[in-house]
Unconditional design. Structure first.
Length: 89
């Protein structure tokens, strides 16, 4: 027997979803770079050049991009809620 609930469309993305995904990817790249640049300090090897430490800043950039995506999604949901007809008289 088929389900009574209709399936959601496959392209059901909110306005900020793309920014959140990109922000998460950038954050992960920054986190991996942080692990890689800190490893020589524990292993006693030669540290990486300062450019490698600059790549670690991508963690903060990714966090800000993802936060912007969340705020954009919130704003879109508020606009949608205001535009929806109320159930009152």
């Amino acid at each position: 027997m088929r389900s009574e609930t209709p399936s959601a469309p496959s392209d059901d993305s909110a306005p900020g979803d793309g920014l959140v995904r990109v922000g998460a990817i950038v954050f992960i790249v920054g986190a991996v770079a942080t692990l890689v640049t800190v490893a020589p300090l524990f292993l006693g090897t030669e540290p990486f050049p300062p450019v490698a430490y600059a790549v670690c800043m991508l963690m903060g950039v990714g966090f800000l991009v993802a936060g912007a995506g969340v705020l954009r999604s919130i704003a879109a949901q508020r606009r949608q809620a205001k535009a929806a007809p109320t159930g009152g008289n």
